[in-house]
Design a protein around this ligand. Structure first.
Ligand SMILES: C[S@@+](CC[C@H](N)C(=O)[O-])C[C@H]1O[C@@H](n2cnc3c(N)ncnc32)[C@H](O)[C@@H]1O
Length: 396
């Protein structure tokens, strides 16, 4: 079977007796013999029995856990080919919805070791990631897309006597570390020896601060952000910097800005540098406290932050905004959020999305009134099939 292209999850696509077949870990140009693992009415999923020919595009994946961990499905492609795939993927998703899109590519200058956060599982004392969509643990001692400061923590966490649980490790660009543990086990934590190895800022166990602080600071584009252990922050600080600049460049003097799903106030504070005023809405209490604090430490006095579910908040807010930023979670905008956008009818909507499927779904609901002025693809999640897309929408 010839592998013709990649699907939206980075799996190779070929045809078996005319039926579309998805084969993980293959790339266009590979010729393979397969074993069907799932036989559905309209498609098969298959695995490679053996390679008859390797694609000329194929490179040796640098990660020893490639195909086992399931995180970086594109490591068998050269970096520029991963970007080409991502552009095609977004264009196709829009094209299927009869929308043509021209994307400016914002590449990742460090496509390895870029993540500032990793989430690990511990099962029966073994530490690793879950295999894609399963609860099978893939034991790891490092992750090639994670900051080396995070990788350095893994052997130290192994000594903590965690039998079962979840661990998130976060760091900033200064390699300061926050370790967040969820476990009911009797842990053995030697702070002094940890501090000799890493720049430990805090340890949080089951939502309680066990040592130090429960937040990190990060400086991006000369704005300082306090980020609590449970607040969202973009996982790739270098590409986030470019995203923040795009948002800032689309805000002008006298703009009244609404920032839906504002997190710790990142995009709000970028906008505030140019705008007359900014209102941010966010559901996580610590994130909104961070946002208020972040405005204050950066001497920003034209922002206001509201703790609420966007769907609930939008029915109560004024409609006096001429620009709206939205950066929702993967599920995209709610019906209520779309309704309020159509009521406010701002001159511009800056839609930041980590899920192109919900992005296009939402854009279609705005499409009568808004057209795409500019669109960007940011390689926030290099070597994975995930992408960050930004649409600058202007009123027709
Ligand atoms: C993709 S993040 C964007 C955060 C921020 N714009 C940034 O770039 O750092 C989405 C944010 O939406 C928040 N969120 C999720 N569901 C929400 C809801 N129903 N109402 C308000 N905020 C929500 C999450 O807590 C998270 O902070």
């Amino acid at each position: 079977m010839n592998i013709e292209r990649l699907d939206d999850l980075g799996r190779g696509i070929g045809y078996l007796d005319g039926k579309i077949t998805f084969i993980p870990w293959t790339i266009p140009g590979d010729v393979v013999e397969v074993i069907v693992t799932e036989n559905h009415k309209k498609y098969n999923v298959a695995k490679v029995k053996h390679f008859i020919k390797y694609s000329e595009k194929r490179i040796q994946p640098p990660c020893p856990y490639f195909t086992k961990c399931g995180g970086c499905t594109l490591q068998n492609l050269a970096y520029n080919d991963t970007l080409e795939y991502k552009v095609k993927k977004i264009k196709n998703i829009f094209k299927k919805n009869k929308i043509d899109i021209n994307l400016e590519i914002i590449a990742n200058s460090n496509p390895y070791n870029y993540r500032n956060k990793i989430s690990l599982k511990v099962i029966h004392g073994k530490i690793g990631f879950f295999e894609n969509s399963t609860h099978q643990l893939v034991e790891i001692d490092g992750c090639i897309i994670s900051n080396q400061a995070l990788n350095k923590c893994i052997p130290l966490i192994e000594k903590m006597n965690i039998i079962n649980g979840s661990i998130t490790i976060r760091c900033n660009q200064n390699e300061e570390i926050l370790i967040i543990i969820e476990s009911q086990d009797n842990l053995k934590i030697d702070i002094d020896s940890l501090k000799k190895e890493i720049k430990l800022v805090g340890i949080i166990i089951n939502d309680k601060t066990f040592y130090g602080e429960n937040y990190l600071f990060e400086r991006i584009n000369n704005v300082l952000f306090k980020i609590s252990y449970d607040s969202f922050f973009q996982v790739n600080s270098s590409v986030a910097s470019k995203l923040f600049q795009i948002v800032k460049d689309n805000i002008s003097l006298n703009d009244k800005v609404l920032d839906l799903y504002c997190g710790v106030g990142t995009l709000s504070l970028m906008a505030a540098a140019n705008a007359k005023s900014v209102v941010g809405i966010e559901i996580v209490p610590n994130a909104i406290l961070n946002a208020i604090f972040n405005a204050s430490i950066n001497s920003v006095d034209n922002t206001c932050f509201v703790l609420n579910d966007v769907s609930e908040a939008v029915s109560k807010i004024s409609l006096d905004f001429n620009k709206v930023i939205v950066d929702p979670p993967r599920r995209g905008l709610t019906k209520e959020a779309i309704e309020v956008l159509l009521k406010i009818r701002p001159e511009k909507i800056i839609y930041v999305s980590c899920n192109p499927q919900t992005l296009v779904r939402d854009y279609k609901l705005l499409n009568d009134i808004y057209e795409i002025e500019k669109s960007y693809i940011l390689d926030m999640f290099s070597y994975t099939y995930h992408v960050e897309t930004v649409l600058i929408l202007k009123k027709r």
